[in-house]
Design a protein around this ligand. Structure first.
Ligand code: FAD
Ligand code: UDP
Length: 399
């Protein structure tokens, strides 16, 4: 692999069999697979000054490994994804735990057996727990909206408590809307857990942190003789979309183009901007060994930030006497201002707008869209890797 800043003088796209836009999971997985399976010469264009997309991590001034674009915890049920990524990293066992700060008491989220007893007291909490077990079964995940739909007055009491103290205010901060106003699948990501497992991703068989960090894993994935990475390059400056073809640097390009950025940006948002939420990540290094007991504490009833992450608690890094934490402030993304579009807003009119942009590229057979931005989907890392493996299977199959 080579990594260069900017495109070289006289960059010649026809020297490459594939051009990949974006060096996050979607781009890196596709680049590696096309280089390996097809022997393609691949140019990866990344507009940031680093690889790894939103999973990028680095050592801050205090020497602490931090995640620049928000806390990233690897977890998956997908064995193929796990096997693929495991080629490029060893894993450190890390089981993510989140506590909600509810009026000063820290309770596990997803809300579980322990949380019930903390919220309602030992005896009543146990009684309510047994009712949940009777209604849903042991070790079951129950979306809050499903729990709210139950008629039983005691279950309604639990549902009201959890809705009010875990979901309502946090969701207002995160999305600017109440849980009833947004896609139920979003709340479904953090169901009530009828059991004792106090991990954030209960039951996920593969969880962990890449041993040397995410950026190091990407470095290995992109480290291939046939892959050249160019950072600080905005592909919009050199890509032109036609009805059935794509031009690169003004020349028709016959190789594969894999695009992992936002589709509206590619067209100057001429049909309108796709809406997103963005997050202001505010880092602070404190002169203490440890700030909070777990990786992340969600502020579900107070504060104007959503959560605080303490990186050492996630990575296991030992740095005595100091620790770096990060607060997340969610807000509306302002298109065209150089901000990061973090979260898609899954509403029918937005999906329809996305579909209209997608239609414009669907006639260009060598142009492929993949990833959280390009597919306009609320994907976790494993979902993006799965999608990139599928797309590259297809391209490899047609090779
Ligand atoms: P990205 O990582 O966004 O990569 C796309 C790349 O393309 C970027 O580097 C971008 O700069 C580049 N690009 C875009 N347009 C252009 C252009 N015109 N020219 C050149 N380059 C361009 N997932 C989990 O599994 N666990 C978690 O704990 C987790 N936590 C998260 C926390 C936050 C706050 C956020 C926002 C996401 C989190 N995710 C998590 C999701 C995870 O970040 C994504 O699923 C994954 O990083 C998406 O990979 P991607 O390649 O699709 O996109
Ligand atoms: N959520 C909440 N309270 C919590 C945790 C999550 O209301 O303590 C809701 C909120 O709407 C959030 C969604 O559930 O956006 C999904 O949470 P998740 O932790 O999966 O979000 P991410 O890590 O992707 O930001």
């Amino acid at each position: 692999m080579s990594i260069a800043k900017g495109l070289p003088e006289g960059f010649n796209p026809s020297a490459y069999d594939a051009i990949v836009v974006g060096a996050g999971y979607a781009g890196a997985v596709c680049a590696r697979r096309l280089a390996e399976a097809c022997g393609y010469k691949v140019a990866v264009l990344e507009r940031r000054d680093h690889i790894a997309g939103n999973a990028y991590d680095y050592y801050d001034e205090a020497g602490i490994l931090v995640h620049k674009y928000g806390p990233h915890i690897y977890h998956t049920y997908n064995e193929r994804v796990n096997q693929y990524l495991s080629r490029f990293t060893d894993w450190v066992d890390y089981q993510h735990k989140v506590l909600a700060n509810i009026h000063g008491t820290l309770m596990p989220v997803p809300f579980n057996h322990t949380s019930l007893k903390l919220a309602f007291g030992e005896e009543k909490g146990e009684h309510l727990y047994q009712k949940l077990v009777a209604a849903f079964g042991q070790d079951k995940k129950v979306p809050i909206m499903e729990l709210r739909a139950k008629n039983d007055p005691e279950l309604a009491e639990v549902a009201d408590y959890v809705y009010e103290n875990v979901f309502l205010h946090y969701t207002m901060k995160q999305w600017g809307k109440t849980p009833d106003q947004i896609d139920p699948a979003v709340m479904g990501r953090v169901p009530v857990f009828v059991g004792d497992d106090d991990r954030y991703f209960p039951q996920a068989p593969f969880q962990g942190m890449p041993k040397d960090g995410y950026t190091a894993m990407f470095d290995r994935m992109l480290n291939h003789d046939l892959i050249s990475v160019f950072t600080g390059v905005d592909a919009r400056d050199i890509l032109q979309m036609g009805g059935t073809s794509v031009k690169v640097c003004g020349q028709p390009f016959g190789g594969e183009v894999i695009y992992t950025g936002a589709l509206d940006e590619l067209f100057g948002m001429d049909l309108g901007a796709l809406p997103y939420r963005t997050v202001d990540m505010v880092f602070e290094t404190l002169p203490v060994d440890q700030f909070q007991p777990v990786g992340t504490v969600n502020y579900t009833v107070s504060e104007n930030f959503t959560r605080i992450t303490e990186f050492k608690n996630m990575t296991g890094q030992v740095v005595p006497g100091k620790t770096t934490i990060m607060r997340e402030y969610s807000r509306t993304y302002l298109p065209g201002m150089g901000e990061t579009p973090y979260y898609v807003i899954n509403e029918p009119q937005n999906i329809e707008l996305y579909r209209r942009y997608l239609e414009r590229v669907s006639g260009v057979l060598n142009f492929h869209v993949v990833g959280r931005l390009a597919e306009y989907r609320y994907y976790d890392m494993d979902g993006v890797v799965a999608s990139a493996l599928e797309l590259s299977d297809e391209i490899i199959g047609n090779h």
